[in-house]
Design a protein around this ligand. Structure first.
Ligand code: C5P
Length: 216
């Protein structure tokens, strides 16, 4: 059983995906971290972010099971990740890894930008999680300030809008809801309410595809 969760930055999709995985007894992969790990490796080696050969080589070298969320979660790495995410061969290399993760038993919840459209189009349940840019910027600002990072709401909002435009506007696998994804707008929901809504969506998808909990 595979659950695909897509949405823009700071929509709450990561928290929902992790809690859904726990709830349904599935493994969890934050695919954003795979792009961040490659970006971090390129930056550490002083390689330019548009060097596709170097990016693919980095993707093949990285041990994705050992990705360190704390190290990769910074703002600068997120920006760099969004820049390298336009490279088609890099995407192909990462998608191969992500699919292998999804296909292993007992199944998985994956979150990202192209899970329902490209990585796992046959997922049994697909959610597109979104929220108003201002709500996302407020959450992200609080998160960053909680980590001691110096940032303002206005800067974070401007960054999110830039990142949304880059992720939605790229030619390869842009951020988009799959036609069969269920939209979950978390603007006015706290995390528990959003989680209950997400569980209902997945349960509904399981009811409408009998036998799906044991398959994709
Ligand atoms: O989700 P997160 O903010 O960690 O993702 C960092 C960047 O990686 C995104 O802005 C996006 O450009 C890219 N990404 C992607 N496809 C995914 C996951 C992330 O292009 N499935």
């Amino acid at each position: 059983m595979i659950v695909a969760i897509d949405g823009p930055a700071a929509s709450g999709k990561g928290t929902l995906a992790r809690r859904l995985a726990e709830h349904f007894g599935l493994r969890y992969l934050d695919t954003g971290l795979t792009y961040r790990a490659v970006a971090s490796e390129l930056v550490a080696r002083g390689e330019p972010l548009d060097d596709e050969t170097a990016a693919v080589a980095a993707a093949r070298r990285i041990d994705f099971a050992a990705m360190d969320r704390a190290h990769l979660s910074g703002h600068a790495i997120g920006e760099a990740a969004s820049k390298i995410a336009v490279l088609p061969e890099l995407r192909a290399a990462l998608v191969e890894h992500q699919r292998a993760f999804a296909d292993a038993e007992p199944g998985a919840v994956l979150d990202g930008r192209d899970i329902g459209t490209v990585v796992c189009p046959h997922a049994v349940a697909k959610l597109f999680v979104t929220a108003a840019p201002e709500a996302r910027a407020a959450r992200r600002t609080a998160e960053m300030q909680g980590r001691g990072e110096d940032c303002s709401f206005d800067e974070v909002l401007a960054d999110l809008r830039r990142r949304d435009a880059r992720d939605s506007g790229r030619t390869v696998a842009p951020l988009a809801a799959a036609p069969d994804a269920v939209l979950l707008d978390t603007t006015d929901l706290d995390i528990d309410a959003a989680f209950r809504a997400a569980v209902e969506i997945v349960d509904g998808a399981l009811r409408s595809s009998p036998g799906a909990s044991g398959s994709r």
